[in-house]
Design a binder for this molecule. Structure first.
Ligand code: AMO
Length: 439
């Protein structure tokens, strides 16, 4: 059968084919990136996850049969080549491979639905329709390599700081963030929903004595928004910690982000370079602006905003222009924050809720939570929600719930910050938005 590896194994990735290995035999495997045939000499560029390597086939030095095989190559086919490395200052990494044996592992149909070498630029929809081809481009895979480093670094940070990783259900019976924006599903004979946040579960875990938990998982929001920063399926990084308040968890969030940015800078220099993006490691605590101050700043910039309103896009922009970089927005009006947010003692109009912003982009929301059963019940009722839908959640507050606080960070939005992407769809492998459910 054609196309099997049999006893062939890769000896070198493209980035391991450097001048130091000149004179040795290697086996490289990857995709046919480019074919240049000058009659007397042929150049084929092979691409793998690490970069590119040049195959050079002069008719005087290479068997006619090999040249024939090379001429049958089609762009983006998967091939394996055995040959001898020799120095070639003009080739990628200063080395080229003189082919001795060739295997075509899988031919790519032509024409390709899009060109992964970017000679012909494709729009975002064409690219997302053939995402596997799109990700073959180094400026696209760079985003996902950085996103991977981000998750790695975040997990390390949580484990190093005594957080336990949890997984909570995504099939749920009731809303967490209020009644709207839910995707209903049929759960046997009942109606259920896709989870919009692990909020209620991470809070219930505070009553379990696990002390500090985190979850990285999907959230589903049936928002009609069709913007560059909203998705209907996103990944949320959620943290919850007992015996802590809003200021404590804001400090944890600040430390975590400094850690992530440092790690990305240290481990993804090549990817950042490909993207032409730089991100400075913040050297001080993120500045804090209160909601009242934000209303003043926004109005001073001639963007109308009444006290008690959420920030509009224009208001976010005005505030972002003033603040720049990372900053916390604190002391939100209680009435526009969810029922689980703790109001300020003696000044209940204000709450212990905060958002973390980067320029004009909201990255995270968090708060000190209400841990007293009766106050929680009152706040659920005041928001017109039916306490019956919160039975198992409320139960956790009756038998020893410690004071606690936490936050949720949008992972795809954080990736935008780390990579400089302007459209959130660039930061998700297979995005789900108002119009897209495939691939
Ligand atoms: P919130 O609803 O503010 O808070 O969500 C937290 C963060 O998740 C990201 N996010 C989104 N990203 C892309 N598309 C969306 N549709 C979307 N919705 C939210 C944002 C946002 O800041 N339970 C609280 C968190 C908490 O208090 O712990 C919550 O879900 O970056």
């Amino acid at each position: 059968m054609q196309g099997l590896l049999h006893d062939w194994r890769r000896t070198n990735y493209a980035n391991q084919c450097t001048a130091e290995i000149a004179g040795s035999d290697v086996t490289v495997m990857g995709w046919v990136h480019e074919i240049r045939d000058f009659g007397g000499i042929m150049f084929v560029i092979i691409r793998d996850v690490t970069g590119k390597v040049q195959i050079t086939a002069p008719s005087k030095k290479v068997d006619a049969e090999i040249l024939e095989q090379l001429r049958e190559f089609r762009k983006e086919s998967v091939v394996a080549i055995k040959g001898m490395a020799q120095e070639a200052p003009k080739a990628p990494n200063g080395v080229e491979i003189l082919p001795k044996e060739i295997k075509v592992l899988n031919l790519a149909n032509q024409p390709l639905p899009m060109d992964p070498t970017e000679k012909v630029k494709a729009g975002i929809d064409t690219r997302l329709d053939s995402r596997f081809l799109d990700i073959r481009k180094e400026n696209v895979s760079a985003i996902f390599k950085i996103k991977g480093q981000m998750f790695h670094s975040i997990r390390d940070f949580f484990y190093d700081n005594g957080f336990h990783e949890i997984n909570t259900p995504k099939l749920v019976a009731s809303a967490t963030e209020g009644g709207t924006e839910l995707f209903p599903i049929i759960y046997f004979e009942k109606e259920a929903f896709l989870g919009q946040s692990p909020q209620l579960y991470k809070q219930m875990m505070m009553a379990s004595g696990m002390d500090k938990v985190f979850e990285i998982g999907q959230i589903f929001r049936a928002e009609e928004h069709d913007t560059l920063r909203h998705l209907n399926e996103a990944v949320s990084i959620d943290a919850e910690a007992s015996f802590m308040d809003d200021v404590d968890v804001m400090n944890i969030l600040n430390d975590m982000l400094v850690n992530v940015i440092t790690d990305v800078n240290n481990n993804c220099a090549e990817e950042l370079d490909i993207l032409g993006h730089e991100i400075e490691v913040p050297d001080k605590r993120f500045p804090v602006v209160t909601y009242d101050e934000a209303v003043e700043i926004v109005n001073a910039k001639d963007v109308e905003m009444d006290w008690g309103e959420d920030l509009s896009r224009e208001a976010e922009k005005a505030l972002g222009d003033q603040m720049g970089g990372f900053y916390f927005l604190t002391e939100w009006p209680t009435e526009i924050k969810p029922f689980y947010v703790m109001p300020k003692e003696g000044d209940e109009k204000y709450s212990h809720a905060f958002d973390l912003m980067y320029n004009n982009l909201e990255l995270s929301s968090g708060a000190t939570r209400v841990h007293q059963h009766d106050l929680l019940l009152k706040q659920i009722e005041e928001r017109g929600l039916n306490p019956d839908g919160f039975g198992s959640y409320l139960k956790a507050f009756e038998y020893g719930m410690p004071p606690h606080a936490g936050w949720g960070v949008g992972a795809d939005r954080l990736t935008m910050v780390l990579t400089g992407a302007e459209n959130i769809r660039e930061c998700v492998l297979f995005p789900r938005d108002r119009h897209r459910l495939t691939p």
